[in-house]
Design a protein around this ligand. Structure first.
Ligand SMILES: Cc1ncc(C[n+]2csc(CCOP(=O)(O)OP(=O)(O)O)c2C)c(N)n1
Ligand SMILES: [Mg+2]
Length: 311
């Protein structure tokens, strides 16, 4: 969780100075969803993600040097620097990819789940998607076929209360978790800022998927601490949420990392000094990844047509 947080804190700062091309959508505040779930997966399991995909990539074991280089548009990036923030992917780690199309990862994840079912090796496929994406029709198609064919799918709706600059309540009727019930898909509604709650729901979902019992739906309530996209107020003419609300979600009792740290210290699992040491280790790891990205070369112009399909 800290690796995600610190990588993204760096990205939030660096983008201010135009250090890399393209926009970044940060996952800060939502780390307790991807991490406890992905920590229970193997490289052969699949995840498909969103435009806010760095957290999923890191949680599933993606290499942070290659991710950082990708975002910096360097030849050493995981997609050779051609994809950028919204396309970080690594098939060798089961990461089908971040996705700039809202709900675009849904069909890809169902396809992977079907392949997994046909292979019969107990692999599961996870789709992470937002509350906004829950209003895309493909969710209904994905739930329908996953339930009918008992696919090893795990639907994870990260309800962070906003779609871009619109509060969920303005565009969403009913409860998102209720949408899976008519398809006979078992559903968990959890506090997405509580790593243990997400861990437990995920563990049940993974067990169901591996044993051929079919899909599971998890709605994880959370909050997007950063803007929809960094520096949104350079093009927005109005505010769309109260700063007090944002500050509230950064407090010790809400922020997923601070909450976990407090709990670990209180339960005497870790001392404050040990927690600080973890911070220092992660700082070094992230600094190294940034240095790797900065020291890497831009892609050669001659590589611009690589990986294109010739007709
Ligand atoms: C099909 C499609 N429609 C619209 C957009 C523009 N868009 C990008 S992110 C976003 C909001 C997504 O909200 P949500 O699914 O809740 O994800 P969050 O940003 O909160 O993580 C929109 C409308 C898009 N990228 N793709
Ligand atoms: Mg959202």
């Amino acid at each position: 969780m800290l690796v995600i947080r610190k990588c993204e804190e760096h990205l939030g700062e660096a983008t201010k100075n135009g250090a890399f091309p393209g926009a970044v959508h940060l996952y800060i505040g939502q780390e307790a969803i991807a991490v406890p779930l992905c920590d229970q997966l193997n490289d052969s399991d699949w995840i498909s993600s969103t435009h806010r995909g760095h957290g999923h990539f890191i949680a599933k074991g993606g290499n942070i040097k290659s991710m950082m280089a990708e975002i910096y548009g360097k030849s050493t990036g995981i997609c050779g620097g051609k994809g950028g923030s919204m396309h970080v992917a690594d098939f060798s780690k089961g990461i089908i990819g971040a996705n700039g199309v809202v709900a675009g990862g849904m069909g890809l994840a169902v396809g992977a789940a079907l392949a997994a079912k046909l292979d019969g090796k107990g692999v599961v496929s996870v789709i992470f998607f937002g509350d906004g994406a829950a209003n895309q029709g493909v969710l209904m198609e994905a739930m329908n076929i996953s339930s009918l064919w008992k696919l090893p799918m795990i639907f994870v709706c990260e309800n962070n209360q906003y779609s871009e600059f619109t509060h969920t309540s303005e565009v969403t009727s009913g409860k998102i978790s209720d949408r899976a019930r008519p398809f006979n898909i078992p559903t968990y509604e959890v506090d997405g800022n509580n790593v243990v709650d997400v861990w437990q729901a995920s563990s049940n979902a993974i067990r169901r998927g591996r044993s051929g019992e079919g899909p599971t739906f998890i709605e994880a309530h959370t909050y997007r601490q950063r803007g929809h996209v960094e520096f949104e107020y350079t093009f927005l003419s109005r505010t769309y949420r109260d700063q007090k609300e944002v500050d509230l979600w950064k407090q010790e009792d809400k922020d997923p990392i601070l909450r976990l740290e407090q709990q670990l210290i209180k339960n005497k699992n870790y001392t404050a000094i040990e927690v600080d040491e973890i911070h220092q280790d992660v700082n070094s790891e992230v600094e190294e990844a940034v240095r790797f990205a900065l020291d890497s070369n831009d892609p050669e112009i001659s590589s611009s047509m690589d990986h294109m399909i010739e007709s």
